[in-house]
Design a protein around this ligand. Sequence first.
Ligand SMILES: *Cc1c(COP(=O)(O)O)cnc(C)c1O
Length: 967
Amino acid sequence: MLMQSARPLGELENPAEFIPRHIGIDEQDEKHMLSVIGEASRRSLIESIVPRSIARATEMKLPAPLTEAQALLELRGIANRNKVLKSFIGQGYYGTLTPPVILRNVLENPAWYTAYTPYQAEISQGRMEALVNFQTMVCDLTAMPIANASMLDEATSAAEAMTLAKRSVKSKSNVFIVAGDCHPQTIEVVQTRAKPLGIEVKLANSAQEWDELLAGDYFAVLEQYPSTSGRIGDLKADAERVHSRQAAFIVAADLLALALLVPPGEFGADIVVGTTQRFGMPMGAGGPHAAYLACRDEYKRSMPGRLVGVSVDSHGNPAYRLALQTREQHIRREKATSNICTAQVLPAVVASMYAVYHGPQGLRRIAQRVAAYTAILARGMEQIGFAPRNADRAFDTLSFHAKDKHHARAIAARAVALGANVRVAWDEYICISLDETTTRAEIELLWKIFAGDDLRKLPSVSDFEKGVEPLIPTGLRRTSEFLAHPVFNTHHSETGMLRYIRSLSDKDLALDRTMIPLGSCTMKLNATSEMIPVTWPEFAHIHPFAPREQLQGYAELDRELREWLCQATGYAGISLQPNAGSQGEYAGLLAIKAWHESRGQGHRNVCLIPSSAHGTNPASAQMVGMQVVVTACDVNGNVDMADLKAKCEQHSKELACIMITYPSTHGVFEMQVKELCEMVHAHGGRVYVDGANMNALVGVAAPGEFGGDVSHLNLHKTFCIPHGGGGPGVGPVCVVEDLVPFLPGHEAGGLEGRPVGAVSAAPLGNAAVLPISWMYCRMMGAEGLRQATEVAILSANYISVRLKDHYPTLYASANGHVAHECILDLRPLKDSSGVTAEDVAKRLIDYGFHAPTLSFPVAGTLMVEPTESETLDELDRFIGAMVAIREEIRRIERGEWPQDDNPLKNAPHTAASLLKGEWTHAYPREAGAAVLDERRHAKYWPPVGRVDNVYGDRNLFCACVPMSAYE
Ligand SMILES: *Cc1c(COP(=O)(O)O)cnc(C)c1O
């Protein structure tokens, strides 16, 4: 076992026993790897790589590691401090029943949760089919022509809709009108987003204000449907008024309600946003859930987020791929339509499967039951003297005017005493939301809560249930069909559903089958013991706006995790609110901006970004209204200090910050990072250190100590939250002492009065996945985390050295070492053989591997990041495949195989293409199949051949239709 000295016989427990489960390399492997690299010890290797000047002075102070069983027990104690009451709070979060076949086989299944974002289309057909189902579901329910494959939450989706509208409409106004009865967290996030962009948000708090504002000048309007207090407005007239001003009409709509209500697409909405949480994703104290964004067809090239489209493969068969990527940050950088990178794929898959499972009839039945219970609740409430304010137009939410705020609070307190939460809104109102989990007994409980000490006979559900009619005005009832596609009408038996889920995951390659050596993405182990707590009821079934006393478990989780992450990063304060790295960047830049403003330096708006930066960096800078100035890299891939100096001097007066990644995205520890920080500080700027590469730093060096002022972490990279096929993530924003006051607030969640407002819908963002990182830190301890870092660096160097005669590493430090990843330079192969990095990436699929990162940060290269979790066997298997591929390239170079017909150009090979009767290629079938001996029984067969990217964007198709329709 790694680094564990022999323990005396009789010592029965080894609290550190998880460490060698997480780290795939043992002591013997390590010796071998060091000898290949030519270093005497791991210590000397690390000392030769990490600059002395930044090495940590002290060890991290973390509690000593626990075993899996012990950690689960301790976390159970924390979970038990959450009090799960029946929630009637609503406000965008509802009880839902996750069909068990989906719970176990999607949400809790590593084949789904350990997959990566579907950039490599051929090994991602299963999850992309699920995402196309998601897009179709959203398009159908909203009656909009196009929908993307998930947004981070409803509030940020509304904010993205605002900027989408700004980019798209004719109106030149800077005013954005928001109906006052939108969910408060949505209003808050929209306000945070609007401010740095110079957009003026005007809130309409009464019918009269609304009327006046709609008569004025604005570029878009946002309304909630039904409203946060439950009222179903007739929005058609509003849409017409908005259109007459050349502005966009944005509707935040409840997807379940749309099963019964006239959908926004039928009354003229231009953009529709919302959450899909109640389609099977537990509330989880606020996340993760997939939000959606649907829009008119004309807006599609300006849409934010990921979009899955249909294209064709090399055999002419339909195949899915990510469409219109030229909108996205990784290509368009500061001109991108948004900074979204990690989204909410796993929750989107769950929501889509919920629709597949229930089908249109099932969804309608669920919605009808909710609406019927709401009508019954209203009748009973009237009988006990509480007439709902919206009794004539409600779907699932009723609002009541209490006598005063004391009365409202008394009702809420009585609810708590009886095991339920209701919402107190605007001081004097009570809102009650029902959902698919609501029972008869709960309706009667609600009457009891409101009746108080009034001992009159309470009504019973059976008094009203005969011939109950929903409270939806006839003119607003939906008449159009939805979810007519066979996929939503076929898999309704559990056997069928189980096999459908399995058939999709079988098409994909995830970490449960192979290493995924994606540079910058840190695809490490997501241990089962880390995953198990996520669906514990105490974490899963709690509302983000439940009273604080009921969220004590989450408060403790938040506090401990922040403390440990402060130790790991050397920062003074952290917020876990941002729900992806991109959102952490945004929050961090807002903090820098607000700090400058607080010192009367609000004019500082230049953000320096090295050319090698990740696309989210410039895209985030743009979102806070900063001007991006790109600084050059030198021949060694390091930030060009002379150019940086010149840019700092040129922009000294306007310098807001620099955003660097450390170690750099080139996979190197730059020696001059301290100087760099000092130089930027000297010009009055702050240093943002992108923490995506923290897997090379934890326990070894801390950005908060070597000059960073702000960083985000990617808990879904370094701290073991799985990628989920492209989300969920958590992107904590970490800051030094003087920036702590500028961390994001959250009024709806009780973090009031901060200069920077909410950046996510929920105060703890994707709260329900935080137990994963907690478990990881708790089982690894300081020593384990440092070992993980060191082994990650060791493994990357091992691969770099083993492959050096086949694919040279592009950037290394002076002594030839790399950090935790290495960039393999494949560019010379183009001239010698016509082979591109993409061909090698696709050929790796034939060998059963997910490709490394392709063409980031340098075009024509592959960036390999093995992580500490892979075993030596797997590293060697990968190296073996890469060498075998290089031998194939040599045959092309020697002229044995033509440049346009060889196993690389035709990769990946489907089974069908190899079994075809006549074989016409210049190489044998066996060579095409690439079955390595030891894998004979575990060969992965891609379901499609190479997917045509250009065709897909030219013939954009983003919903499920019968295959015949586009053949
Ligand atoms: C992954 C990554 C990001 C973005 O993080 P998301 O969580 O995907 O939004 C930013 N910078 C770098 C260097 C990254 O690798």
